[in-house]
Design a protein around this ligand. Structure first.
Ligand code: ARG
Ligand code: ZN
Length: 867
C-alpha cells in the first residue's frame, strides 16, 4: 500500500476544537502492551491494544498518530490491509465488540526537536506526552478519557542505556547476548496516554524510602547524571515532605511500590506528573548553595510537591477532556501553594503568589489571549497551559475553600476523591462536590469558570461621625474579553475589616462579604471613630480593587493592618499611586512612600522576608498595566527616581541593615532566607542612592559570597550599573560556571533583565554567543523570555526589540513550536502602546502569521494577538 507520510505541520488553516463538541470515546482500550526496541535513530514501537466497543454503534476504531506511518497493522493476530489514513488518524474497521489491534511504527528520537513524544536529551532517551505527545510514539486514541492498563517492555543497548524506567512497578529484566538488555514494567492503575512515560539512559540514583500512613514502604529514586547526584538531596527531602503533607492534609496516600523522578536538561516546561515516573526539567531538581538561589530552592520544593500531588489530583482522577485542564492544574497549584505556605512564611508565600498572578495572569486576562478558566475552544491545546488555567484556576479553588471553611472543604475534597477515583472528571464534577459537602449554592460562582477577565470592584466607605454607622458601597464590573462582550455579575468573596484612624485599633471583626450584585451597600454599626477600610484581605478574590482611600489611609494601613497581605497591599497601592502620578506628571512626590517605608522598617515583630517584599517597588510592567497608554521610558524614569529617593532618604538604614544582616556560613532556612533577601534589597537601594561605594560593595559581595543567592543579587545590581566592575563580574561568573547550563541561563537572563539603555543591543549580541542555542528551551527562555518582560528594553521606540523577538520566534518555531508560542505574548500588548509602537508590533505579528510552514501553536498565538 502506498501511503504518503503525513506532514508534520498542517498545510490548511488550522481548525478549532470546541468544548461543546465533546462526545465519549467510541472504543475503550482497557489494556495496552508496548514493546520498544530503543535506538536514537530508529526506535521500533510495537503496540497491542485490547479494544472494546463502548456502546452499540458501527464506527471503526480511530487512532491518533502524528508524523509516523504504520509499518504493519494486525487485528487479532492477523495482518490486515483494509485500514486507511485520514489526516493524522488511522482508521481500522472492526467487526466484533472485542479485538486486539497491533501496530508497529518507527520513530527517530534524536531528530525530535519539539521535545514532545520520545526524544533525546543529553544522550538519554525520555518522553513527554501531555497533552498530545503519545500520538508521536504510537497509534492510539490519544485523549484523556481513554484509560488503559499499561505493560511496557524496553530493549536497549546495555552500555549506552544501562537504566530503563517506565510507569508503575518493575516486573522483570534481563540481558540479551547481542549487547542489549531489556526491562518490563507494569502499571496496575488505568491511566490516559498523556501519563505514559519511559526513560532510558546512563543515570545515577539518589535512593531512599518512605513509609506511608498505612505502613507500606515506597522506594523513592531521583535519577540524574552521576555528576549531579550531590544536588538532589533537597528535591528528595521535598518529596518526602510532600508525601507526608498529602496524607496529613488531604488523607491521600501514595499507591505504588516505587516512585521515581528523572531530571532532564531539555524540557518544554517545568515538570510532568507521569504515573510513578515524574520527569522534570533539571532546573526544578538540582540545587546546591553554589548554583541555586533561595528562590530556586523554593521552586524545586514547590514543583516536586506539585507533581507529587498530581498523583491524586490528576492521575487517580484525571480530566475528561482538555477543556477541563484546570480541574487538575488549578487544584494542584492550590495544593502546592498551601504546602509551600506550611514550610515557611505563609504571608510571604501569599505575597509572592499574588505578585506572580499580577505579573502573568492579569495581563493575560486583559489582553488578546484572554480565555476562561474552562475555555470553550482551542486550536492547539499546548497554548492553554497558561497562568489563567493554572494560577487563576488555583484562586478559584482558594475562593471555594474560603467560603466553605477548612472542615467542609476537606469533606468536599474527600467526597470528590472518593466519588471520582479512577475516572476522567470535569470541573463541574468538582464544583458539585464543593456544593454538596459544603452545603452552599455555587450556581453563580460557576461564572468564574466560564467568564474571562479580571473583575474590578470599586469600594467607597462613608461614615457619619455622630451616628456611629459606616456604609461601604461596593460595585463590580467585569471587563469585556475576546468573544465575551457582555458579562454577568460574579460571586466575589471579599474579606473586609475596618480600623480606627485615631486609635489604630480594629473597629470590627473580619467579615466575609459575598458580593453577588452589580452594586451593594454594606452597613457597619457602632463605628465610633473615622474608619479606614481594609478590603480583599489575604487577596480573598483575584480581582482589582479601586478604592477612594487616600495616601494617608494607605500609609495608615501599611502600619496598622493585622492582615499581613493587606498590609503589604496598602504599601504597594501607595507606591503604585505615587508612580502612576509620577509617570503622568513627570515629577515623583515620594515623601509619603519614604515615610511609610521608614515606619515599616522600624516596626516591631515583622518577618525579614516580609519586610523585603513590603519595601520593593511594583515592577515597571505592573505600573504599565495601570495606564491607558504605556510610556516605557517615563515609567522607567519615575520608578528609578523613586528608588533613588528611597535609597538616599534611608541610606543610613540600608547601610545598617546591610551590615547587620550579614551572616556566617550559608544555611537554607526560612530565617536565613529572610536575612539574605532583605540584605540584598538593602544593597539594591544603596546602589539606587548613587552612593560611590555601591559598586565596590556589590563586587565584594559577588566575590565573597558562598552561595548563589548573594552572588546573583550582587551580579544583578552590577549588571544594571555603569560601574567598571560590571564586565569583570560577568566574565568571572561566566568562567566560573562554564559547562553548568542552569547557571549559564542565569548569566543570560540577568543581562536580558538589565535596566541599562544598551540592553536591546546586548541581547541581540548574546543571541550570537556560542553558549546561546534555541534548541534548549531553558536557554531560549532565559534570553528571550526575560527580554520580553523587560518593558523598557523590549519596547525600544525604533521597534528593534519587536523585530528581534519576531525573528527569533520564527527560527525557534521550526525547532520547537510550543516553546516559541509561549514566548509570543509580549508582542500582543500592542493595544497598550502609542500608535508608532503599536504599528511596529502589529507588523511583526503579521510577519509571523504570514511565515510559510508556521506551526499551529505559533499561528494561534500570533493570529489571536492581532485581533
Ligand atoms: N502537567 C504538567 C504540570 O504539572 C505540565 C504539562 C504541560 N504540558 C504542555 N503541553 N504545556 O504542570
Ligand atoms: Zn500540573
Amino acid at each position: 500500500m502506498d501511503i504518503q507520510r503525513s506532514a508534520a505541520q498542517p498545510s490548511t488553516a488550522p481548525t478549532a476544537i470546541r468544548r461543546e463538541d465533546y462526545s465519549p470515546p467510541a472504543w475503550e482500550v482497557p489494556q495496552i502492551a508496548l514493546d520498544f526496541a530503543l535506538d536514537p535513530a530508529d526506535t521500533r514501537v510495537r503496540a497491542a491494544l485490547t479494544v472494546t466497543r463502548s456502546s452499540p454503534h458501527d464506527m471503526p476504531l480511530v487512532l491518533d498518530g502524528a508524523g509516523q506511518m504504520p509499518l504493519s497493522v494486525k487485528v487479532d493476530g492477523v495482518a490486515v490491509n483494509d485500514w486507511r489514513i485520514e489526516g493524522e488518524q488511522l482508521v481500522v474497521p472492526l467487526t466484533g465488540d472485542h479485538h486486539v489491534v497491533e501496530t508497529e511504527v518507527s520513530i527517530a528520537p534524536e531528530s525530535n526537536t519539539q521535545l514532545m513524544g520520545l526524544y533525546a536529551s543529553g544522550g538519554n532517551l525520555c518522553t513527554q506526552c501531555e497533552a498530545e505527545g503519545f500520538r508521536r510514539i504510537t497509534w492510539f486514541p490519544d485523549r484523556p478519557d481513554v484509560l488503559s492498563v499499561y505493560r511496557v517492555r524496553m530493549t536497549a543497548d546495555r552500555r549506552r542505556y544501562p537504566v530503563l524506567l517506565a510507569n508503575g512497578d518493575p516486573v522483570a529484566s534481563g540481558e540479551n547476548d547481542d549487547g542489549t538488555h531489556w526491562a518490563e514494567w507494569h502499571d496496575p492503575f488505568p491511566k490516559p496516554s498523556y501519563l505514559f512515560a519511559l526513560v532510558a539512559g546512563d543515570l545515577a540514583v539518589n535512593a531512599s524510602t518512605f513509609t506511608t500512613m498505612s505502613g507500606r514502604e515506597v522506594r523513592l529514586g531521583i535519577w540524574v547524571r552521576a555528576a549531579d547526584l550531590a544536588k538532589t538531596d533537597h528535591a528528595l527531602h521535598a518529596l518526602k515532605l510532600s508525601m507526608a503533607w498529602d496524607e496529613r492534609v488531604y488523607g491521600r496516600e501514595y499507591d505504588l511500590d516505587v516512585f521515581n523522578i528523572v531530571a532532564v536538561d531539555d524540557f518544554n516546561f517545568g515538570a510532568m506528573e507521569n504515573k510513578g515516573l515524574n520527569i522534570f526539567n533539571s532546573r526544578y531538581i538540582l540545587a546546591d548553595p553554589d548554583t541555586a538561589t533561595d528562590y530556586d530552592y523554593d521552586a524545586v520544593a514547590a514543583v516536586v510537591a506539585h507533581e507529587y500531588f498530581h498523583n491524586w489530583s490528576g492521575n487517580r482522577i484525571t480530566c475528561r477532556d482538555w477543556f477541563q485542564l484546570s480541574l487538575k492544574e488549578g487544584f494542584t497549584v492550590y495544593r502546592d501553594q498551601c504546602f509551600s505556605a506550611d514550610q515557611g512564611s505563609a504571608a510571604v508565600k501569599r505575597i509572592e503568589d499574588v505578585r506572580g498572578l499580577r505579573a502573568s495572569q492579569f495581563p493575560e486576562d486583559s489582553g488578546p489571549l484572554a480565555h476562561p478558566v474552562r475555555p470553550e475552544s482551542y486550536i492547539e491545546i499546548s497554548n492553554f497551559y497558561t497562568a489563567t488555567i493554572y494560577n487563576k484556576g488555583a484562586e478559584l479553588i482558594r475562593m471555594m475553600a474560603t467560603m466553605l471553611g477548612p472542615v467542609r472543604f476537606r469533606a468536599a475534597t474527600d467526597l470528590y476523591f472518593d466519588r471520582f477515583d479512577g475516572t476522567a472528571a470535569t470541573c463541574e464534577d468538582f464544583v458539585a462536590c464543593m456544593e454538596e459537602a459544603g452545603g452552599i449554592d455555587l450556581s453563580q460562582f460557576r461564572l468564574w469558570y466560564s467568564q474571562a477577565g479580571t473583575p474590578r470592584v470599586s469600594a467607597g466607605l462613608s461614615h457619619e461621625p455622630g451616628g456611629g454607622r459606616a456604609e461601604l458601597r461596593l460595585a463590580q464590573h467585569v471587563p469585556a474579553t475576546p468573544g465575551q462582550s457582555v458579562k454577568q455579575p460574579m460571586l466575589l468573596p471579599l474579606k473586609v475589616r475596618l480600623f480606627g484612624a485615631e486609635t489604630g485599633r480594629p473597629l470590627t471583626d473580619e467579615r466575609l462579604i459575598l458580593l453577588d450584585q452589580v452594586a451593594e451597600t454594606i452597613t457597619f454599626e457602632s463605628v465610633t471613630e473615622r474608619p479606614v477600610l481594609s478590603i480583599n484581605r489575604g487577596f480573598s478574590a483575584p480581582i482589582v480593587v479601586e478604592s477612594d482611600r487616600t495616601a494617608e489611609d494607605l500609609a495608615f494601613l501599611s502600619a496598622h493592618d493585622d492582615d499581613p497581605f493587606a498590609r503589604y497591599e496598602a504599601m504597594q497601592q501607595l507606591m503604585l499611586d505615587t508612580l502612576v502620578a509620577g509617570t503622568i506628571h513627570g515629577e515623583v512626590k515620594g515623601q509619603a512612600v519614604i515615610d511609610a517605608v521608614t515606619r515599616t522598617l522600624e516596626a516591631e515583630g515583622l518577618e525579614l522576608a516580609f519586610l523585603a517584599e513590603a519595601v520593593l517597588l511594583p515592577s515597571e510592567n505592573f505600573i504599565g498595566d495601570q495606564l491607558v497608554t504605556v510610556d516605557p521610558d517615563a515609567i522607567h524614569a519615575a520608578r528609578e527616581t523613586l528608588r533613588t529617593q528611597l535609597g538616599r532618604a534611608l541610606l543610613p538604614t540600608w547601610r545598617r541593615l546591610y551590615a547587620e544582616l550579614a551572616q556566617g556560613r550559608y544555611v537554607y532556612s526560612p530565617e536565613a532566607k529572610g536575612r539574605r533577601r532583605l540584605r540584598n534589597v538593602a544593597l539594591g537601594y544603596i546602589a539606587a542612592s548613587g552612593a560611590e561605594d555601591a559598586a565596590a560593595l556589590a563586587f565584594a559581595q559577588f566575590e565573597a559570597a558562598d552561595n548563589m543567592t548573594d552572588r546573583q543579587a550582587a551580579l544583578t545590581t552590577l549588571v544594571s550599573s555603569d560601574a567598571p566592575e560590571r564586565e569583570d563580574a560577568l566574565a568571572h561568573f561566566h568562567a566560573r560556571y562554564a559547562g553548568n547550563g542552569l547557571v549559564l541561563d542565569k548569566w543570560f537572563q540577568t543581562q536580558a533583565l538589565s535596566s541599562r539603555s544598551d540592553t536591546g543591543a546586548v541581547v541581540e549580541r548574546l543571541a550570537q554567543h556560542p553558549d546561546f542555542t534555541l534548541a534548549n528551551p531553558n536557554r531560549a527562555r532565559a534570553l528571550l523570555g526575560a527580554f520580553g518582560v523587560n518593558q523598557r528594553a523590549f519596547n525600544a521606540a525604533d521597534g528593534s526589540g519587536y523585530r528581534f523577538l519576531a525573528e527569533q520566534l520564527i527560527a525557534l518555531d521550526r525547532l520547537n513550536p510550543q516553546t516559541a508560542a509561549k514566548l509570543l505574548p509580549p508582542l500582543g500588548r500592542w493595544r497598550r502602546f502609542d500608535a508608532k509602537r503599536s504599528g511596529l508590533m502589529r507588523a511583526e505579528l503579521v510577519r509571523i502569521v504570514e511565515t510559510p510552514g508556521l506551526s499551529k501553536d505559533l499561528f494561534e498565538q500570533a493570529s489571536k494577538s492581532l485581533d
